[in-house]
Ligand binder design. Structure first.
Ligand SMILES: C[S@@+](CC[C@H](N)C(=O)[O-])C[C@H]1O[C@@H](n2cnc3c(N)ncnc32)[C@H](O)[C@@H]1O
Length: 312
């Protein structure tokens, strides 16, 4: 199922991880699960079915969607439904239905659909790339994993010697990352030199200094107007480098997102924000950092742009 082999120790603890940034769900959309599939968009998964669209009349539908969706109206509706506190809405989601969904996607069990499986594989590729960008021997290297989720990156980093602190706005996610570390050790993984610490925290409340700061597939929860302060904060935590991934904004993915916004679900109160490469790079530049390496992971349903930035 996995397209790239992880380092041995990493593979034991995090063999199937994924997250989303953009997804095209041909199977689900072709069935009765249309709203469910599309609702993944606001989780960071964009869903669309080219084949289903053919049946529905793709051009007409896309046109109708663009007319029918009113981002401003929907935005204010969502703000009202979440009491105006978007971060609280994200935390609630990832402590509840979002935790159930993403814990499965970032896991190894078979109870995932074809889209989720594809996302799992795509996310695993992103994690592998991050690991390949870092030295093999991470002994003593301090790493902050901001928005660590279930520990897909933090665990292999710790098992390769890094001194890892993972933070997530969701207590359930932070707890699951700690649980997975203990499970990996119980299953035979050699204990990390420094036990990774996981805590529930808004990444912008994190303080301290770390050699490396990683923030993978989290920016999708940040509107453009908050990207600069968020990236400046991450850069302020880092001594050497920041590795950050985000959902790339293109006209195509923006249309998919608008389609997804037609299908709100009660428990689904998060919104997805795509970002242009230029805007994210400008945010690094504004913080006095420059992007020195970049990559794109694109499977059928998962798209994630990866940047490494260092001080200017
Ligand atoms: C799509 S998941 C990615 C998880 C992890 N980085 C990975 O790649 O496996 C997004 C994560 O970001 C977390 N998150 C969202 N906004 C956050 C914030 N402001 N501070 C900390 N964590 C946040 C969510 O709770 C969720 O666990």
């Amino acid at each position: 199922m996995q397209s790239r082999a992880l380092p041995a120790s990493a593979a034991r603890v995090a063999p199937r991880r994924a997250s989303a940034v953009a997804a095209i769900d041909a199977a689900a959309l072709g069935s009765v699960h249309v709203p469910e599939a599309i609702s993944q968009i606001a989780d960071g998964t964009l869903a669309l079915a080219p084949t289903a669209f053919g049946a529905l009349g793709a051009v007409g539908l896309v046109g109708a969607v663009l007319v029918a969706t009113d981002p401003q109206r929907r935005r204010s509706e969502q703000m009202t439904s979440t009491g105006g506190n978007e971060k609280a809405a994200v935390a609630n989601y990832f402590n509840g239905v979002g935790f159930e969904r993403w814990n499965k996607i970032y896991g190894t069990t078979d109870d995932v659909n074809s889209v989720q499986l594809d996302i799992r594989k795509g996310h695993a590729q992103t994690v592998d790339k991050v690991l390949s960008w870092l030295p093999q021997d991470l002994s003593g290297v301090t790493v902050c994993d901001a928005g660590c989720g279930t520990g897909s990156l933090a665990l292999p980093l710790a098992l390769h010697g890094a001194d890892v602190a993972g933070f997530d706005i969701s207590q359930a996610m932070a707890d699951e990352a700690a649980r997975r570390y203990d499970a990996a050790v119980a299953a035979g993984a050699r204990e990390a030199a420094v036990r990774p610490r996981f805590a529930a925290s808004d990444l912008q409340a994190v303080s301290g200094r770390f050699h490396t700061v990683a923030c993978i597939d989290v920016l999708i929860h940040y509107p453009q107007e908050r990207v600069n302060e968020m990236i400046a904060h991450l850069a302020g935590l880092a001594e050497e480098r920041v590795i950050l991934s985000f959902a790339p904004s293109t006209p195509y993915y923006e249309v998919l997102k608008r389609i997804g916004e037609l299908f709100p679900k009660g428990a689904k109160a998060t919104r997805a924000y795509l970002h242009t490469e230029q805007a994210v790079e400008a945010a690094f530049n504004a913080a006095g950092w420059r992007v020195v390496r970049r990559d794109l992971t694109a499977t059928r349903f998962y798209f994630s742009r990866l940047f490494e930035a260092v001080r200017m």
